[in-house]
Design a protein around this ligand. Structure first.
Ligand code: SF4
Length: 387
């Protein structure tokens, strides 16, 4: 599988925990120039590139007005062969949704929307610096349904300071009652330089301890599983289903897993367009400059929008794929891993695997290697032994 990622580097305001590259309206209002340069970059991708998945993220793609969003989709359609696409996702911020925008997205081919709810607790949302309140997120979810989207993800953030275990379970219960097809339940990361990190370092907020975090994680996991969600990746859950994708007689999906992320986790290749977007193609990795003005300047001067190109050795690529694939709860299909990377996992890092099997952190099934349930919350320690 191959994928296309589009980074829309625009947000209404800056959330207090976020270090993604983005610009707010007072910093950048030339949306037309960004869309023009994105169009130029898309036009430079290989003519035979036909991705299986497209993911529009950011930033906030839904910060675009409906006509601008439609224009971006038109650029993608004009330059990219979409005949293989089974999943065409967009991120959405609940504070930016309108029926007109959702109609433009749906009419332009989007078939999956990931809505950044983060919490249904208004106090937590204010702490995070989100632009929306809980009710707006709920209204946005129903607006998506009314617009005809039948594949919706809700993002929730775990371990928000000040939330009690009861608050956290209330969030998860609210989510399960809404019943999206997919749930991403992410840990709050304290990125260097963000206001949340300053607050933590100054003692103004206190993140929960590891034991409390682990208890909350496993309690939410149990609640979601009880509600019919399969836990398929450390932070991701999906409802099973069998349905025919609209417009695709040829390919069907048997569940609601996010195929674009599965592609990342299983070592698939992809192009990324837009400022700060990364690509991984034919063993080379490159990242676009995280500066919207510089990105536009370069494309207007007919220069490439990235500086560094990293070429991974086959062994580096294999180790990276092993670690990413282990994030999936079903584990690594060892035969498929070998055919994809040219390495058998045991030949690559057999000593580390053996010792972690003895410690109960990794477990082996028939032709599979997976994290044990106990290792789900300490996966970084496992991964650091394997790279
Ligand atoms: S909306 Fe998303 S990308 Fe924008 S600041 Fe908030 S978390 Fe970051």
């Amino acid at each position: 599988m191959t994928g296309l990622y589009i980074h829309v580097p625009l947000c209404i305001s800056r959330c207090r925990y976020c270090d993604f590259y983005k610009m707010t309206p007072d910093e950048w209002d030339n949306v037309a120039l960004f869309l023009h340069c994105l169009d130029v970059e898309l036009g430079r991708l290989p003519a035979d590139f036909a991705p299986d998945t497209v993911f529009i993220g950011g930033g906030t793609p839904t910060a675009l007005e409906p006509a601008d969003y439609a224009k971006m989709l038109e650029s993608i359609r004009r330059h990219i062969n979409l005949s293989n696409v089974v999943e065409f996702s967009s991120e959405a911020n609940p504070g930016t949704l309108t029926p007109e925008k959702l109609a433009a997205m749906r009419d332009g081919g989007i078939n999956r929307v990931s809505i950044g709810v983060q919490s249904f607790n208004d106090k937590a949302l204010r702490l995070l610096g989100r632009i929306h309140e809980s009710q707006e997120a709920i209204d946005g979810y129903y607006m998506l349904r009314e617009a005809g989207f039948d594949n919706v993800n809700i993002d929730l953030i775990q371990s928000i300071p000040g939330m009690t275990p009861a608050d956290i379970l209330a969030d998860a219960r609210m989510l399960a009652d809404l019943g999206p097809e997919h749930v991403s339940y992410y840990n709050l990361i304290y990125e260097p330089g963000t206001p949340m990190t300053h607050d933590r370092d100054a003692g103004r907020i206190s993140p929960p301890g590891d034991d409390e975090e682990a208890d909350n994680y496993f309690a939410v996991k149990a609640l979601l599983e009880e509600a019919g969600y399969g836990h398929y990746e450390i932070s991701n859950f999906a409802k099973n289903r069998t349905r025919r994708e609209a417009g695709s007689e040829r390919r069907q999906r048997s569940d609601n897993r996010c195929l674009h992320n599965v592609l990342y986790w299983q070592g698939g290749e992809y192009f990324g367009c837009g400022p700060s977007a990364h690509s991984h193609w034919r063993g080379r990795r490159f990242g676009n400059i995280p500066d919207l003005q510089a990105y536009c300047d370069r494309l207007q001067r007919d220069e490439r929008p990235f500086d560094e190109v990293e070429t991974l050795s086959f062994e580096e690529k294999a180790r990276e794929t092993l670690v990413m694939w282990l994030r999936m709860t079903e584990g690594v299909d060892l035969a498929r891993f070998e055919s994809l990377t040219g390495h058998h996992a045991d030949a690559l890092c057999g000593d580390a695997i053996k010792s972690m099997e003895e410690e109960g952190l990794l477990q082996r099934g028939e032709n599979r290697l997976a994290l044990s349930p106990e290792a789900l919350f300490v996966c970084n320690a496992v991964f650091s032994e394997l790279v």
